[in-house]
Design a protein around this ligand. Structure first.
Ligand code: DLL
Length: 436
């Protein structure tokens, strides 16, 4: 199996910790000296850069949150002048001002190298033709993957998002071997292929690099079944660099964190104390050498856990589990914690069920109601009342086993739910009008 940067991806624990510590000391000092926001925050917390003597000392530093970026919009967190800034990106926020982030030339180089590692982990080499179906623009997904793909020498097709028929045509005509998109868009592409009369054998697709939204193993299996690809998950966020923070290798057993650049901690999202290795909690990330906009102890709100066991692929980089959800998209329904990903896992395991679903939570007679609308795989199922009722009961039962609560299940026709070209919005919480 190919490894892009053996020196760093297979470093010994000792070398990695000592590299991280020296970078951490430097970036904390740099942020303190160059960004008034950090100076103020650290002074208020009574901590100085010189207090960082071990990696554990990072816990003395206060956290940074998304609201800090919004409050300091647009340039408040930049550490360099505009003449040393070479790129601005912004996160795909849906309301209010976007979260803007800045890159120096060195930051772009770090990012590109991290992305080259991730695409190599996902199986891509210079022999591949890879179509990027993320929207090109302020979103970090498209340009981030694009840079890494070019760095490994793959042939990039910068299709951008949208116009799915055209995406399918390009994939077919150009003999595309790798696709880059969100997992939900991969499923949609497969539907459009089928509707256009194609079979998976008509394509040369081998790899799917999927990211930017949560997916389950079951969903990956479905993508693999429909498209004949080997799917891998990759993770990142604009505030930290964009995609490139971590990615699955072909062992598909957790996403390797590029930990020489991004230092991961897992904390309890309520107490904010570190949890034990291997326990679930909120991921907090520090960009160890990003100089345009330093990000130290950023609360991602993403729920995962770390695995330090050596991986069969040979990489020693710590692995983070598939994101289980966000501490802020966790749904509390009749007192029970529910992650949309749990519902997805149940649905994707059922062959009678299609790939698209929508979750609505509302309040009726002072009680929470969980409603799951899901497309059936075959429209004929809907015309047989008896079978339909049986299937509704089966979905309800399977959901109950996993969630411990009852759901109202609505089976709908294939292709009837809304499709998304970027991140899918699968949840509407009518109790507090939240959509994600
Ligand atoms: O989504 C960066 C990215 C682009 C990652 C392309 C991978 C591929 P943002 O728009 O800032 O950046 O959104 C970041 O998206 O905090 C997670 O909640 C979610 N997210 C990103 N990747 C994954 C993933 C990009 N693989 C937010 N699994 C993050 C689950 C993901 N959630």
């Amino acid at each position: 199996m190919l490894i892009y940067d053996e020196k760093h991806e297979c470093a010994s624990q000792e070398d990695m910790r000592s590299l991280q510590l020296s970078k951490l000391k430097k970036i904390v000092e740099y942020a303190y000296e160059n960004v008034p926001f950090y100076k103020k925050k650290y002074d208020a917390a009574g901590v100085k850069p010189g207090d960082i003597k071990t990696l554990k000392d990072i816990e003395r530093l206060p956290f940074v949150e998304k609201s800090d970026l919004r409050d300091n919009y647009p340039y408040g967190l930049a550490a360099v002048d505009i003449e040393d800034t070479v790129r601005i990106h912004a996160s795909s926020g849906t309301s209010g001002k976007p979260t803007v982030v800045f890159y120096t030339r060195d930051d772009l180089e770090t990012w590109t190298e991290c992305m080259a590692r991730i695409v190599t982990m996902g199986g891509v080499t210079k022999k591949d033709v890879v179509q990027v179906s993320f929207g090109y623009g302020l979103f970090t997904g498209a340009l981030g993957l694009h840079q890494g793909l070019e760095r490994v020498g793959a042939t990039v097709v910068p299709a951008s998002s949208g116009n799915t028929e055209r995406q399918v045509m390009l994939m077919h005509d150009l003999g595309v071997t790798g696709m880059v998109c969100t997992p939900s868009y991969a499923l949609h592409i497969s539907e459009v292929m089928a509707a256009s009369g194609y079979k998976k054998e008509d394509f040369k697709l081998k790899w799917a690099l999927l990211g930017s939204e949560a997916s389950t193993l079951e969903m990956h299996k479905e993508i693999s079944r429909r498209l004949g690809v080997f799917p891998t998950d990759n993770y990142g966020l604009s505030e930290i660099i964009g995609p490139g923070v971590s990615g699955e290798c072909l062992e598909k057993n957790g996403m390797h964190v590029n930990e020489d650049h991004f230092y991961p901690e897992i904390v309890d999202s309520e107490t904010l104390e570190a949890v034990k290795d291997g326990e679930w909690g909120e991921l907090v990330l520090t960009a160890l050498d990003k100089f345009g906009m330093p990000m130290i102890r950023y609360r991602t709100k993403d729920i995962t856990r770390l695995n330090r066991e050596p991986c069969k692929c040979g990489r020693t980089l710590v692995r983070m589990d598939r994101i289980k959800g966000r501490s802020d998209d966790m749904l509390k329904i009749r007192g029970v914690n529910v992650f949309p990903s749990q519902i997805e896992s149940v649905l994707m395991e059922m062959p009678e069920i299609g790939g698209q679903y929508h979750i609505t939570v509302k309040r009726e007679n002072f009680s929470d109601v969980l409603e799951v609308a899901v497309e059936v795989a075959d429209a004929n199922l809907l015309s047989d009342y008896g079978n339909l009722q049986k299937l509704v009961q089966k979905v309800k039962h399977n959901l109950r086993v996993v969630l411990q609560i009852d759901a109202v299940v609505k089976l709908v026709e294939p292709l009837s739910l809304k499709r998304f070209e970027g991140k899918a919005q699968r949840v509407t919480d009518l109790r507090n009008k939240k959509e994600f």
